[in-house]
Write a protein that binds this ligand. Structure first.
Ligand code: SAM
Length: 391
């Protein structure tokens, strides 16, 4: 097996269970590495640190699969990890027939995402190394979950970086274009081939329910970046008289409207607009709302884009605060890996000062429990939500 040694000083971080090794941190290779192969990682003096897979062409060159010398990396280990991930979901009593079954690093299977929508699975391979295990992974998923179909979604960004060649397609059985899932007491249509991410934002399941605690009978609400209406539907369900739901995607709004019909819910106005412009025009028209949710897409794809992203979040906070009635609630989310909870708190604090609106924090939320994160990688707690009452 290929052996690598890391530079002096790197070993402590790996012994502390941080599972990534960046390319410049590698001191030496026992031979020329092959993309995707399994590697033994050693400290500079040669002591064992872990086993991982390597892609010498990318910045995160090694992802550790095990820190245990006795745990060999083979198909049996991959099968065991998949079983463990599934068993963990089964103990969560998730109130839905849709959930994340495998969450990459969070399930010790870096580079693999598997989502379940009713009887169908969606898989995404985001690293070359994990893609090498694709046959055993598909086999294990069929054995364990007995899906009617498996669809492969392609993450273009990751594929380009990692050099994976894959196309979106049905890998097993049959997958209908549209699947109806349920979450709590609502139903949603999920269009896997056309939908964003794997089809639905499963990570907001807990918060879509929580929003109901903040909405009162007759309220006027705003769901900004609504996608297929997850928050808007829950707002109406909680008694809101009117919800304006904004998204830039025509496809998402079409499904959102169908979701409202599917659940027999009225009162949502669907608006296809750029959210930044629309919030500005609402303010100009003197509109105010009792509850506002702002759930934008990731603004920071890498560390270099953090300052720009922060400007975007701040603008959303400013606009959201201005539009919230006194005593109303504003919820701002960030799903950017590179934006921390502190970043979000800071921009909200600045916005509160700038618009002269006092706030008190009533909740902080994170991605739902089927998206576990790694203690040593705080960024894997990627979805942050700050919930405030605007005084
Ligand atoms: C994180 S998702 C929202 C998920 C949603 N809250 C849910 O629970 O399903 C972000 C959404 O923002 C939309 N979007 C991206 N850029 C936008 C823009 N400039 N204006 C409005 N919507 C935008 C995307 O189409 C996507 O549906």
């Amino acid at each position: 097996m290929l052996q690598i040694r890391v530079k002096p000083g790197i070993e402590d971080r790996i012994r502390g269970y941080f599972p990534w090794i960046y390319k410049p941190e590698i001191a030496s290779y026992s031979r020329k590495p092959k993309k995707g192969e399994i590697v033994t990682v050693r400290d500079y003096g040669g002591k064992f640190l872990g086993y991982g897979y390597i892609n010498p062409e990318v910045s995160i060159a090694v992802r550790i699969l095990s820190f245990d010398k006795e745990e060999k990396i083979n198909d049996d280990l991959i099968r065991k990890r998949i079983r463990d991930a599934y068993n963990y979901r089964m103990r969560l009593n998730i109130e839905s027939n849709a959930m994340r079954i495998i969450h990459s690093e969070g399930d010790l299977l870096p580079g693999l995402v598997v989502d379940k929508y009713d009887d169908y699975l969606v898989v995404e391979f985001t690293t070359y190394g994990m893609n090498m295990f694709r046959d055993v992974i598909l086999d294990a998923l069929v054995d364990l979950l007995k899906p009617k179909g498996i669809y492969e979604k392609v993450n273009d960004f990751a594929n380009r970086i990692e050099g994976i060649e894959a196309e979106e397609r049905v890998l097993y059985g049959e997958v209908p274009e549209e699947i109806i899932i349920w979450e709590h007491d609502l139903k949603y249509k999920v269009n896997i081939p056309e939908g964003q991410k794997t089809g639905f934002f499963l990570d907001q399941r807990n918060t879509r329910k929580l929003i109901r605690n903040f909405v009162e009978e007759g309220d006027r609400c705003l769901d900004v970046f609504c996608h297929t209406g997850g928050f808007a539907l829950n707002m109406i369900k909680a008694g809101a008289k009117e919800v304006i739901a904004i998204d830039i995607s025509e496809q998402a709004l079409r499904v959102g409207k169908e979701n409202a019909e599917l659940n027999g819910l009225n009162g949502i106005t669907w608006v296809k607009e750029n959210a930044f412009d629309f919030l500005k025009s609402l303010y100009k028209q003197g509109e105010m709302f009792d509850v506002i949710v702002i759930d934008p897409p990731s603004f920071a794809k890498n560390r270099a884009s953090v300052p720009n992203a922060l400007r975007g979040y701040k603008e959303l906070c400013v606009r959201g605060l201005k539009l919230t009635k006194p005593g109303g609630y504003l919820v701002i989310f960030s799903c950017s890996f590179h934006i921390t909870e502190n970043h979000l708190m800071e921009v909200l604090t600045e916005a509160s000062y700038d618009v002269r609106r006092q706030v008190r924090v009533v909740a902080k939320t994170f991605q739902d429990l089927d998206h576990p994160w790694i203690l040593q990688m705080p960024n894997t707690l990627y979805l942050k939500g700050i919930w405030v009452e605007v005084i």
